[in-house]
Design a protein around this ligand. Structure first.
Ligand code: AMP
Length: 345
């Protein structure tokens, strides 16, 4: 079934045909194959067949606010994204859950390490926007496992050998801004502006630090929303990446516990994320960041992880106008929590 050819000692060449199954059985294959090429080809094919709700060249503008840069993109497809946040009833969930359906033209990988699938986002923010979803239904409101983290990190490392940098994000908890309850982690590229790659405002701050086991989570003081971030060491192993996540999550838990009265004094309740906790999670090649969330939207404008990377979008000009009127940092402090270590902007 596997449709990958390897040149001896070289990079994998994909000879794919979207009508056949694409399976990645081992970590070694995941490390070696040219995943970026596979994604590009599946994306082009799906777009040409009209399977994606996507337009090339949608209106994108960049703004500077107090020395920080933001993107605002109008994405018509945001108006048609389906929402399935509630249906835990097995049959209803099966019917409404887009990630349990078999859509061959959107499928980048039918089976990854026996546990996951890689699917194109049908309503992408940009080209090659894709998701890693669990093969079987797992709730979005569960912690990332060591296998989840190791697998997404392997994917990221693979992709960033070949292309414009990708990063990944995960929205978890009732107020995190997600639209689907089936566990999914999203991969997206940083925008390219002319000849440079857009740099999220946290990058330069984190790059001054080197990870060691005693390093406490960091917070950049001059941005408005609370967040916890740690650098990722080069060639990080799966145990360390899990430890970094746990460190950030413990800090997140203590922070939220200091802001609201928690009914349960633990991060996980009955195997799921404590229902009073919501956060956005971002992993790049060089750092991991979590952002506590206080609400999913403010003044009609919804946020997930992307806005905290400075990447704003809206389905129309009305939303853009609202964000511009509120101010980017002001808005982020409302959907997150105000940064207590914040110096005056
Ligand atoms: P979130 O809103 O963070 O829960 O992300 C869920 C993502 O799933 C959204 O970005 C949607 O565009 C995407 N999505 C919805 N339906 C489908 C589908 N049938 N196939 C692939 N992606 C989808």
């Amino acid at each position: 079934m596997q449709n990958i050819n390897f040149f001896p000692g070289g990079v994998a060449v994909l000879l794919f045909d979207t009508s056949t199954m694409f399976v990645i059985e081992t970590v070694e294959v995941l490390r070696e194959l040219n995943l970026y090429r596979r994604i590009e080809e599946v994306f082009k094919n799906a777009f040409n067949k009209g399977e994606l709700v996507f337009q090339h060249g949608e209106e994108t503008e960049y703004y500077q606010e107090n020395g920080l840069e933001y993107q605002f993109k109008i994405i018509n497809a945001l108006g048609s994204r389906p929402i399935n946040r509630k249906n835990e009833d097995k049959d209803t969930n099966k019917k409404l859950n887009p990630f349990l359906k078999n859509e061959p033209d959107l499928t980048v990988c039918d089976s990854l390490l026996g546990q996951y699938k890689l699917l194109l986002n049908k309503f992408p923010n940009c080209e090659n926007h894709f998701l890693m979803v669990t093969k079987e239904f797992v709730k979005q409101d569960t912690l990332l496992s060591e296998l989840d983290l190791d697998t997404v990190h392997l994917i990221l490392t693979n992709l960033n050998r070949e292309s414009t940098p990708f990063f990944l994000f995960f929205n978890s908890g009732h107020d995190s801004g997600y639209s689907q309850i089936h566990k999914h982690i999203q991969f997206i590229t940083l925008p390219v502006i002319g000849s440079r790659v857009y740099k999220p405002f946290i990058d330069d701050f984190v790059s001054k630090y080197t990870y060691n086991a005693d390093l406490d989570p960091l917070t950049r003081p001059d941005i408005s929303f609370h967040h916890f971030v740690l650098p990722i060491p080069e060639n990080v192993d799966r145990v360390t990446i899990s430890q970094i996540y746990i460190k950030l999550m413990n800090q997140l838990f203590n922070f939220i516990g200091s802001k609201i009265q928690l009914k349960n004094d633990s991060l996980v309740v009955n195997g799921e994320l404590n229902p009073q906790i919501s956060y956005n999670f971002i992993l790049t090649s060089t750092y991991m960041m979590v952002i506590p969330r206080s609400r999913p939207n403010f003044n009609e404008c919804w946020a997930n992880s992307l806005q905290f990377m400075g990447l704003f979008s809206g389905k129309n000009l009305h939303i853009k106008q609202k964000i511009l009127e509120m101010g980017f940092q002001n808005y982020l402090s409302k959907v997150g929590f105000p940064n207590e270590s914040s110096i005056k902007l």
